[in-house]
Design a protein around this ligand. Sequence first.
Ligand code: DUC
Ligand code: ZN
Ligand code: ZN
Ligand code: ZN
Length: 469
Amino acid sequence: PDYDLSIRGGTVVTASDTVRADVGIRNGRIVAVADRIEGAAKSIDATGLLVMPGGIDSHVHLAQPTFGGPKMSDGFETGTRAAIAGGTTTVLPFAMQPRGAGLRAVVNDYHKEADGKSYCDYGFHLIITNPSPSVLGQELPALVEDGYTSFKVFMTYDDMVLNDRELLEVFECARGCRALVMVHAEGYDAIKFMTERLEQAGKTAPYYHGVSRPEIVEREAAHRAISHAQLLDVPIMIVHVSGREAMEQIRWAQGRGLKVYGETCPQYIALTADDMKGLNMDDSGGKYVCSPPPRDHASQEAIWQGISAGVFQTFSSDHCPFMDGVDGKRSPKARTSFKWVPNGIPGVETRMAVLWGLGVAQGRIGMNEFVALTSTNHAKMYGLYPKKGSIAPGFDADIVIWDPNRKETIRQELMHGACDYTPYEGLAVTGWPVMTIVKGKLACEDGKILGSPGDGTFLKRGISPYASK
Ligand code: DUC
Ligand code: ZN
Ligand code: ZN
Ligand code: ZN
């Protein structure tokens, strides 16, 4: 046979086109997209279904240490199993440098966690907490050469915050080695101050997590990051934007011609601060605690405006899973104050269904935009294009076959990760992934996992075209 696999009868949707076409696959790659493809060893009937590039989730946390807090519930095996079940075929988690550790050693440790255990391909961003001269001068340039072509910096958290000078130093280094810097924009001092005042007033419930870090705090940090980036003429990506305030800063910068990019996430279109109030004893508000926190309905609308206006290039999960039990969100320590509730929620499996359900199915975005936001733009932004992110000859055969008419209610019993809850429990959506193909192999069908840990391999990423001035 000419092909190992063909996908026949479906409608191929890319970031730019929607066409009725068959897809031919050989040796894990797409080799033909044509009206009619015959002569394949195996064939999938996609009649009535959409054939789209597999999702690329450029913002997930797997097996990341937590400085004494509860352990993250997903490592690479369960996290990527959840990913493929949700239609995502590439993940980009973080390799985090604990302060004082050498970055190369950190990267090697993450490879031990990931290699041979992942159901889909993966790369790493580098979280820089300690920009020492040797990190900036030797380690980072060498790691960029080796395919770790993006960094993340934090403007908050005791164990990770960089001051303005350190931020500038990392930006300068990134400019030199053409790495793309992702910025967690929330202001350290303001959050610390607000947290202390809330605790003094006895306001320690999970809901006050959101009150301790309002949108103003995010906007201030976004503006500061943009200003510093402009000072050094370096592109940046502001991640997990939660609402109007930070979105407007990015839009303002883009309007001035600055290379400032934006990412948003499911929690900012599907959750609100009220979720952190918790409905009853069984539904602790801690289940929705993440940073930046979910805001309100007006913020959700602002996020849609940002999506429609092209302010946001990527829609990522920020999957950062902690159990909702006494060993996680409801640990005895976490019950004493919101400040001990681990920040982060699961979402790698539900990302695509949430965006389709709330976006495409409700007429807010089109299918091509959906593909751009969930796959193509991630590949372009992070040096994976034209290997990943489209359906055309030469691309890896990472494909999701999507049923736009299938109605589902998101619920924990459907999930494939290790976390014990989904923050989107009860959300009714139309549109669902029915098959996920990883490098030409059917890896998940109707929720049944057919792939294996080890199917995924490390992606040595190229320089981001967006990181160059
Ligand atoms: N930042 C993230 O990117 N994810 C979870 C928590 C955080 O602060
Ligand atoms: Zn962050
Ligand atoms: Zn609501
Ligand atoms: Zn994150």
